[in-house]
Design a protein around this ligand. Sequence first.
Ligand SMILES: *Cc1c(COP(=O)(O)O)cnc(C)c1O
Length: 475
Amino acid sequence: MRYISTRGHAAPQSFCDILLAGLAPDGGLYLPEHYPQISRADLDAWRQLSYADLAYEILSRFITDIPAADLKALVAKTYTAEVYRHTRNGGDAAQITPLTRLEDGLYTQELSNGPTLAFKDMAMQLLGNLFEYVLDQRGESINILGATSGDTGSAAEYAMRGKHNVKVFMLSPEGRMSAFQRAQMYSLQDPNIFNIAVSGLFDEAQDIVKAVSNDAAFKARYKIGAVNSINWARVAAQIVYYFQGYFLATSSADEVVDFAVPSGNFGNICAGHIARQMGLPIGQLVLATNENDVLDEFFRSGVYRPRTAAQTSITSSPSMDISKASNFERFVFDLVGRDPLIVSELWARVEAGQAFDLSATDDWKNLPTFGFVSGKSTHGDRIKTIRLAQGRYQVMLDTHTADGLKVALEHRRAGVPMIVLETAQPAKFEETIREALGSEPLRPAAMVGIENLPQFVTVMAPDVEAVKQFIADRV
Ligand SMILES: *Cc1c(COP(=O)(O)O)cnc(C)c1O
């Protein structure tokens, strides 16, 4: 399997070559040159498999440059009941992403039972093992630089801690993450993990990462890499749980299932889109946004109007607070018939701060064949939905998953199971749970009192040179 760029001007690459890269050299995103097709016989056979074996079957269609036995071993050590042990609602950890039944035909799928209690662990844990394997093979090393407002940074640190030839430098906005999120990241003692709290906002931290990465000489000398949401391996890993959710909600491949996905950068739902293109019987992909509704606007109107950072509001589902959806270009590439010229033109406009409008095109008329529908949820909806789930189903939802359920209920179809992807556990967002329910969310026993552990973090002004010096002193 080879990978091409959505903008058409990059040489096709193999999986391991794009694993450590970010954007393609032409500024596009990598996608497989075609989507592997899954037969009815595959679906029937895969239904019996463990999560790790299912992950191997799916990923081996996309990763053809790692020997089968090695890939199998990497996947087997990633997807264990031990790693994904923080189940709630009686879920079976051996299933890795078990369903919670809310009522007949309505489920949540627990994607947040890993070490940091958010769905980012599902892909990031695999990325950690893949990075270590490929770097060992090549005798190389990497220094991952990132900025986080919470979930991504902690998932990256827990995936990369203790890995050979990998160091992580993670910038976070000082005092802006929840106490729980700070404790998760800053209490790590691994010598390859460096937390930097920038006295500023998330966007300032993000700008520093961009400035450092744009310094080509520094980037090459210090082997600076990233693990952001456009990384193809993360999208690939996420395809697996759509299959697992489908198998758990059905008894035969004659059935169709709808998925609702709390969305920000379009990474999670992009994996659902690919699963559907591969032949998994998904009916609707229900995209849910919060107040930052750029994607809902697109799916309703054909107009994609990215916001500026200043227009992005800070909400009670913070991991969905995005101005531009970084993975969206992958879907638009498919929507416009995989024409890289059209994508290049559209993103030239986006990069100039403009909107684009597909509503008058033939491609837009094809949208229904892709199964996407959408909706949005505000703080008030979120609070109401958390109360509804607790009252009606005795299930406590996190704020992002509540956005998903709110929009799922608007698109539910008689006779079609609806699976809402649970993207985080409520323990990560205590303040809003308290507002909605007047009580504290339960935490996994091992995480009780983590706020009291010693914390290791360097506080710095938002200064590019100081961050470069910090990295140079530690590499
Ligand atoms: C990252 C994240 C999202 C958004 O996922 P995308 O792949 O960026 O669309 C939603 N909920 C939670 C809890 C997250 O951490």
